[in-house]
Design a protein around this ligand. Structure first.
Ligand code: ADP
Ligand code: MG
Length: 200
């Protein structure tokens, strides 16, 4: 198993944070996905629950964030608010070495207004559920023309919940040349269809 210092260009302060979390080596999915993601590849990844998918997509997204630009560069779409919160907690921990990096969650059950105000102030990484992301797009409180990386986490669950059309529609609001990362615990047939619609 590879050590985290085999990640291309990983800064020392980030290695220190990972060390302080007690993580000694990368999980298999992290080892396979992180360097290709940093290289700009689209990735379709399947690995079981608990295998470390959050940092597999999250570390490269955090590493590449340009904190001078306050327009969102990364959007992570996830099926539930609980999952969005979990991802936010995990990414904020590893992003602590980047003083100004702002991570914002967007999901239902919280007033749209408050989220819109936070969006207006600027954020680098957005984590949200399909319904609420669409609400913000419809109200034009969210603009996705600066997105460089789209992440679909738990894609299989989102398809089970009937979010196929929403996801494709949200994706159509982003630049064509963006990078797309699709992570899933299982690989049902409709995942392949979604991957064909979104990935290069
Ligand atoms: P998945 O999304 O694949 O279900 P998670 O990303 O939620 O898995 O990770 C599961 C747990 O493993 C989390 O508590 C996370 O902090 C921890 N973890 C992630 N990467 C590593 C690693 N390289 N070594 C040890 N623990 C890790
Ligand atoms: Mg996960």
């Amino acid at each position: 198993m590879a050590a985290f210092n085999t990640i291309d260009g990983i800064p020392e302060p980030l290695l220190e944070i990972i060390d302080s979390l007690g993580f000694t080596s990368m999980s298999e999915i992290q080892e396979k996905a992180i360097n290709p993601i940093l290289d700009g590849a689209d990735v379709l990844a399947q690995s079981k629950t608990g295998s470390g998918k959050t940092l597999a997509f999250g570390l490269p997204c955090v590493m590449r964030t340009n904190t001078n630009n306050y327009k969102p560069e990364t959007i992570i779409i996830t099926p539930t608010r609980e999952l969005a919160d979990q991802i936010a907690v995990e990414l904020r921990r590893v992003a602590a070495y980047k003083a100004n990096l702002k991570i914002l969650t967007l999901y239902g059950g919280v007033p749209l207004r408050a989220q819109a105000e936070s969006l207006a102030k600027g954020a680098h990484i957005l984590i949200g559920t399909p319904g609420r992301i669409q609400d913000h797009l419809a109200k034009e409180t969210l603009v996705l023309d600066s997105i460089k990386t789209l992440v679909l986490d738990e894609a299989d669950r989102m398809l089970d919940m009937g979010f196929y059309d929403e996801i494709v529609k949200i994706g159509s609001n982003m630049p064509r040349g963006k990078q797309t990362l699709l992570f899933s615990a299982t690989f049902p047939e409709n995942i392949e269809k979604l991957a064909k619609a979104l990935l290069n």
